[in-house]
Design a protein around this ligand. Structure first.
Ligand code: PGA
Length: 255
């Protein structure tokens, strides 16, 4: 058994109006009022952050954003700074999600800048990495991940790494209903942990949490969590429903 505390995070993507987000958050607070043995985060759309923060304040449910822009402030129409996220009550921020890489031109370089900005404001980054179906078929998975990690985390020190979480999200498994098998997930998680050990040493490698993401549901979480290097999940679709998400968070008892 390792000593890493499980971490279950919900990425609400571009779903839910403000009132819907507040309603779901309120249900989660009730359903998860006894669950202190798992770290819990939900990431609503920017516009709902402050209201959802009010709804989860004082509970075990913490707040995250889905993205940020790295500048402190300025003429950057449509962007949100790390300081603004902190003022809205965020603890975490998801960085480099594959949808941002795919549709919004995010690169390993911009991911690196965003993580730096998050750390400067004491936001905890959840760095997403993952290969596409084509890359997996071409046996390129480990090369792609190696690059995403080395470039994404370039210039970071041992201390910075203490607040970073990794999320392995194979692009072919996101929103498709296809989940990586437990064996596939474990193989990649072990690769990532070994890479982190090479880059930042044994202590960081042993303490960093690596989440799996891609069609996680109440039905497959328990098995996934039996894998020694899987420390939690980043959940999209199934996190939109309070009942389903809380069953995922309570994977130890629901099964
Ligand atoms: P999914 O999304 O659970 O709907 O596959 C996961 C994610 O994109 O984080």
């Amino acid at each position: 058994m390792n000593s890493r505390k499980p971490f279950i995070a919900g990425n609400w993507k571009m779903y839910k109006t403000c009132s819907e987000a507040v309603e779901t958050a309120g249900k989660l607070v009730k359903l998860l009022s006894q669950t202190s043995d798992v770290d819990i985060m939900i990431a609503p759309a920017y516009i709902a952050l402050a209201q959802v923060h009010e709804a989860v304040k004082g509970s075990f449910v913490t707040l995250g954003a889905q993205n940020l822009f790295w500048e402190k402030e300025g003429a950057y129409t449509g962007e949100i700074s790390p300081e603004m996220l902190v003022s809205a009550g965020c603890t975490y921020v998801i960085i480099g999600h594959s949808e941002r890489r795919q549709y919004f031109g995010e690169t390993n370089e911009t991911v690196n800048k965003k993580i730096k900005a998050a750390i400067n404001y004491n936001l905890k980054p959840v760095l997403c990495v993952g290969e596409s179906e084509k890359e997996r078929e071409a046996n390129d998975t480990f090369n792609v991940l190696d690059k995403q990690i080395k470039m994404g985390l370039e210039g970071f020190l041992h201390d910075d790494m203490q607040n970073i979480t990794l999320a392995y999200e194979p692009v072919w498994a996101i929103g498709t209903g296809k989940t990586a098998s437990n064996k596939q997930a474990q193989e990649v998680h072990l690769f990532l942990r070994t890479l982190i050990e090479k880059l930042f040493g044994k202590n960081i490698a042993e303490s960093i949490r690596i989440l799996y993401g891609g069609s996680v549901k109440p039905e497959n979480i328990t098995e996934l969590m039996t894998m020694p290097d899987v420390d939690g999940a980043l959940v999209g679709g199934a996190s939109l429903d309070a009942d389903k998400f809380s069953r995922i968070v309570k994977f130890k008892t629901v099964g």
